[in-house]
Design a binder for this molecule. Structure first.
Ligand code: SF4
Ligand code: SF4
Length: 448
């Protein structure tokens, strides 16, 4: 794509980056076919190519982002499906980050939108605030129709999605070290996230047990927190950098004590962001090398375990598991087979869903901010689940887990919970009614 930035404009490093990205696009439009928002809305302006044109125009003219650009960028799920489809290697992720930053800093949003976005940014990344808001949310739930009449469809969407507080409380709380069973073979940092700690702490517990059982020492920093992805996707770059810097310093302090073999992520949305910290923190002076050292060691838990010598279990269950690969895992981190293989090796019957490249509609805060499109995508995914009739759906990101649990009748869990179960841990929350199928098989095998 031909661009027409002036030399003066190109002195700005953000504009220079945008120019490099834009010039790779050859307008072929292949990305439209796999774009989740275009599939639902069918409007070129809701496709990657359409957005790229609008971003280019806004940046070249230097005009403030207009309503049209804001609307169509807000409808983008940041699923990054366009990036795995694009034959020219267009870096849509960083281009959309730049556009969102422009919209946030120079655009105009109605007061209500600004309020909702601020509310999310000030609540979701902070476990204590989120915990309080879950309590308040459960009190407000019966008043959804009144809130809808007041025009707060986003608050209604939030209330609809609010998971009931996890029945199980966290086994591992705060920071600390989980010692491995037997000799220590590896030492990793586990990023336990922010919302996940409150909404489904069982994911962290299962990850810790699973790794410790395999001889991996798991270190959790009490000072690390939200990865910053949510703020980044809302164009709040400064807040995203603050979150990233705090995590970076927390990890540095821990690595000073004893070197680590990896930073393990069990929420793929966060993993995509943390793997990109070297880009996000590239303007922070004097730390580039050190940050790169850390980002090179970031692994999704499936990526880490696949190269690890997990024991093979007997065929211990007849449960059928449909795997929903989160977009952040498939497109953001280009991981494709790891959860399938791990589950298969653990003795499950594993199935894929149709249209794996299409987003479930979760996309961070998307199902709150764009509830209609998110519902359409969530329903579409639920139809695919219904078609293959699995006993359980397994995924790798809390957002997808929440969204699909809302739209599908089939129980949805994180795949590490299933692996932990297979290798000796407890039955995951929400699928206890299936425990008898495992027990029955064991009884048939052992005779007692
Ligand atoms: S990130 Fe997803 S929704 Fe956004 S333009 Fe790319 S494919 Fe479409
Ligand atoms: S597939 Fe790539 S090159 Fe083609 S229009 Fe989309 S972004 Fe541009």
């Amino acid at each position: 794509m031909k661009t027409e930035f002036t030399k003066r404009q190109l002195r700005n490093s953000d504009t220079q980056l945008a120019n490099d990205i834009l010039r790779r696009c050859v307008h072929c439009g292949l990305c439209t076919a796999t774009c989740s928002s275009y599939v639902v809305l069918g409007d070129e302006r809701d496709s990657p190519r359409g957005r790229i044109y609008m971003i280019k125009e806004m940046l070249e003219t230097g005009a403030a982002p207009d309503q049209s650009l804001t609307t169509h960028m807000d409808r983008c799920l940041t699923c990054l499906s366009c990036m795995t489809t694009c034959p020219s290697g267009v870096d849509y992720m960083h281009l959309s980050d730049l556009a969102r930053k422009e919209i946030e800093t120079r655009g105009h949003r109605p007061l209500k939108q600004r309020f909702i976005r601020r509310l999310l940014s000030e609540t979701l990344p902070y476990p204590k605030r989120l915990s309080l808001s879950l309590t308040l949310g459960s009190l407000a739930r019966p008043f959804r129709s009144l809130i809808a009449k007041m025009g707060f469809k986003e608050i209604v969407a939030m209330l609809e999605l609010l998971p009931k507080r996890a029945k199980r409380t966290a086994e591992f709380k705060g920071g600390g070290i989980a010692r491995p069973r037997g000799p220590q073979l590896k030492r990793v940092l586990l990023m336990t996230g922010c919302a996940q700690k409150v909404i489904r702490p069982a994911i962290n517990d299962a990850s810790i047990r699973l790794m410790a059982r395999q001889g991996i020492e798991v270190v959790i920093s009490k000072d690390a927190g939200c990865c910053g992805a949510m703020d980044q996707h809302m164009g709040r770059e400064k807040e995203a950098i603050d979150h990233a810097m705090r995590n970076f310093k927390a990890w540095q302090a821990l690595e000073d004590d004893d070197p680590i073999d990896g930073i393990v992520m069990n929420a793929s949305g966060c993993g995509t962001s943390v793997k990109d910290y070297d880009h996000l923190l590239s303007k922070q002076k004097g730390i580039a090398e050190e940050v790169k050292k850390f980002t090179d060691k970031v692994f999704d838990i499936s990526e880490f375990l696949i190269d690890y010598d997990l024991r093979t279990t007997e065929q211990w269950t007849d449960l059928k598991i449909a795997v929903h690969m989160p977009c952040s895992m498939m497109h953001g981190q280009r991981l494709t087979h790891q959860p399938f293989e791990l589950l298969q090796n653990a003795g499950f019957t594993v199935m894929a869903l149709d249209e794996p490249h299409i987003c479930c509609g979760s996309a961070g805060t998307y199902n709150i901010l764009q509830p209609e499109i998110a519902t359409s995508l969530g329903t579409r995914k639920a139809e695919h689940i219904k078609r293959v009739k699995p006993d359980i759906v397994a995924t790798g990101n809390l957002g997808c887990l929440t969204q699909m649990s809302h739209h599908s009748d089939t129980p949805v869990v994180h795949f590490v919970e299933l692996l932990d179960w297979a290798y000796g841990g407890p039955c995951p929350e929400g699928v206890e009614h299936l425990q008898h199928r495992v027990d029955r098989l064991k009884t048939a095998e052992t005779g007692h």
